[in-house]
Design a protein around this ligand. Structure first.
Ligand code: NOJ
Length: 560
């Protein structure tokens, strides 16, 4: 079975937020040389591919997701030579570099937009999405952008509004125009020629817009409707994407992972695998357990473990026959998973190890986000001004508009802000956790002396050591076959449990059982589920009959 898997199905992918990884020049911002410096660290973690969030020239309104040149390197990260060196050095260690393609929108400083906004007749006039004002001069529709506020911005120079699914500085490209599509494919092929091993494709569900632009029923006090609900996965989108696949991905030994918020698991086979477009698709039902009706941070709803398990099981089932699943709990847009899934007061080291056990034993390619392997937790900044993340400011405003006090609005941001995931990487016990000799662009988390590579690498019981050991079991040991390719089944006896997540993986005669306690209390279970099984790994020594201890995780195996 394993021989049938591609390289990217057997390895661990590590996501780097370059701005926060390692600064080598004292600017307080990470750079490409900083990534090259730590390739050996990643190698010892068992990483086979690194997904870099965007490193292209950008005004950095959305930290690189506003691109001004698809084939360049932002000077704050270094030069094209630094990039080539990174690709080559990574290659020597058997690690592939994966680029982030941000193709729904560009920066408003991209030369294409600068030309497009000049008039209604220039040769880039229809490279973006322009519409006239309503007769009263207001925006063409009442759609709210994902970062808050209207999704339309008036351009005086051209005398029209342009559409932006995200920030004003991120105008949406017009995919209906074949010249736009060609230019985007050419840019992706440029990076393939440089030797990259794959792509993560940003916000891809938004590239196709509906035929008619009309007001939608308001969903909040601001009288607007979320643009996501109006434009995500518009019929016809897959035609564009199949062309993308033919023009760029086909014929290369790479993987692609689309960011596809809102694609239901039942539709996955259309998007991934042989008949689909991408190798894998990030969908977010399991990270959005608190926000089943859209990510409005001031409207969280209580969630139960059965919801989380249901979401994971649905994705596992949907990709069992065709396509493949990217297993992840964290990325640069999420708060830290320990805070999201475990109750306050839980031992964070145990919780981090418990989540690692799920991440590394589910079926699919595990995506690990920088700091997750050390057990990073959220950081609460004292004032809204301290937040860099553009969406935190939009969500703060929305909370105020919904009638929350400034203190409450700040609390929602502290809990959910994307900056929770963007604080600098913690390398050493020294100044600024070894991230920079200058002033870090975001403050370093206060826990860095205990929670850093230097401390954890020297401690056999650390989160880092746990990751290293479990990755080895997954990638090299006798169980590699079953953990990589084996079938997934949630244990029926405990499916309704609100405390325990239990699932088996099986292949040939081999079968493993993952048992994880998602509470901070002892959780009883019927021991007979373990009969004949041997514990081989876990975050506690030994076992206690009939219970899992707080945040306990264990991996069992049945011999053939
Ligand atoms: C999704 C990216 O992950 C996020 O960081 C970004 O803000 C938006 N897309 C817009 O590109």
């Amino acid at each position: 079975m394993n021989a049938k898997l591609h390289w990217w199905q057997k390895t661990l992918v590590y996501q780097i937020y370059p701005r926060s990884f390692q600064d080598t020049t004292g600017t307080g911002m990470g750079d490409l040389k900083g990534i090259t410096r730590h390739l050996d660290y990643l190698k010892t973690l068992g990483v086979g591919a690194i997904w870099l969030t965007p490193i292209y020239p950008s005004p950095m309104v959305d930290n690189g997701y506003d691109i001004a040149d698809y084939c360049g390197i932002d000077p704050s990260y270094g030069t094209m030579e630094d990039m080539e060196e990174l690709i080559a050095e990574a290659d020597k260690r058997g690690i592939k570099i994966v680029m982030d393609l941000v193709y729904n929108h560009s920066s408003d400083r991209h030369p294409w937009f600068l030309a497009s906004k000049k008039s209604k007749t220039n040769d880039k006039a229809d490279w973006y999405i322009w519409r006239d004002a309503k007769p009263d001069g207001s925006a063409p529709t009442n759609w709210r952008g994902i970062f808050g506020g209207s999704a339309w911005t008036w351009c005086e120079e051209r005398g029209q509004y342009y559409l932006h699914t995200f920030a004003e500085a991120q105008p949406d490209l017009n995919w209906e125009n074949p010249k736009v599509r060609r230019a985007l494919y050419d840019a992706a092929n440029f990076w393939l020629d440089k030797g990259v091993g794959g792509f993560r494709i940003d916000a891809i569900v938004y590239i196709k817009k509906p035929a008619r632009f009309e007001d939608a029923p308001a969903d909040a006090a601001d009288g607007m409707a979320s643009i996501h609900d109006v434009i995500a996965s518009t019929p016809g989108i897959l035609d564009f994407l199949h062309e993308f696949r033919r023009e760029v991905f086909d014929g290369h030994d790479i993987f692609t992972v689309g960011e596809a918020n809102g694609v239901p698991p039942k539709d996955l086979p259309k998007w991934v695998g042989e008949d689909g477009v991408f190798s894998m698709l990030f969908e977010f039902t399991h990270t959005n357990v608190e926000f089943p009706n859209g990510e409005v941070w001031c409207r969280p709803s209580p969630w139960k473990l059965t919801k989380l398990k249901g979401a994971l099981t649905a994705s596992q089932k949907a990709t069992a026959q065709s396509g493949w699943y990217p297993v992840f709990f964290e990325n640069h847009d999420q708060n830290r998973s320990i805070n999201r899934y475990y109750p306050e007061g839980t031992d964070t080291v145990l919780a981090a190890k418990a989540l690692a056990t799920v991440l590394l034993t589910l079926r699919g390619t595990p995506f690990l986000y920088e700091g997750e392997e050390l057990g990073f937790t959220n950081t609460a900044f004292p004032s809204i001004e301290d937040y860099d993340d553009i969406s935190s400011h939009g969500q703060y405003q929305l909370a105020l508009e919904e009638g929350h006090s400034p203190e409450e609005a700040l609390r929602y941001v502290q809990k959910r802000s994307r900056d929770n995931a963007r604080t600098p990487m913690q390398w050493t016990k020294g100044k600024n956790a070894g991230f920079t000799t200058g002033t870090p662009w975001l403050p370093v988390h206060g826990d860095y002396a205990d929670c850093c590579v230097e401390t954890e690498a020297a401690d056999g019981s650390s989160v880092l050591s746990y990751y290293r050991a479990l990755v080895r079991i997954r990638e090299e040991g006798e169980l590699a076959d079953v953990l990589q390719g084996g079938d997934y089944e949630e244990l029926p006896a405990l499916e309704a449990s609100e405390a325990l997540y239990t699932f088996t993986r099986s292949l040939g005669g081999k079968k493993t059982l993952t048992l994880v306690n998602f509470t901070n209390e002892e959780a009883p279970f019927d021991e007979t589920i373990l009969s004949g099984a041997k514990k081989i790994f876990g975050n506690y020594e030994g076992r206690e009959a009939g219970i899992l201890r707080p945040a306990e995780a264990a991996l069992y195996v049945w011999e053939e």
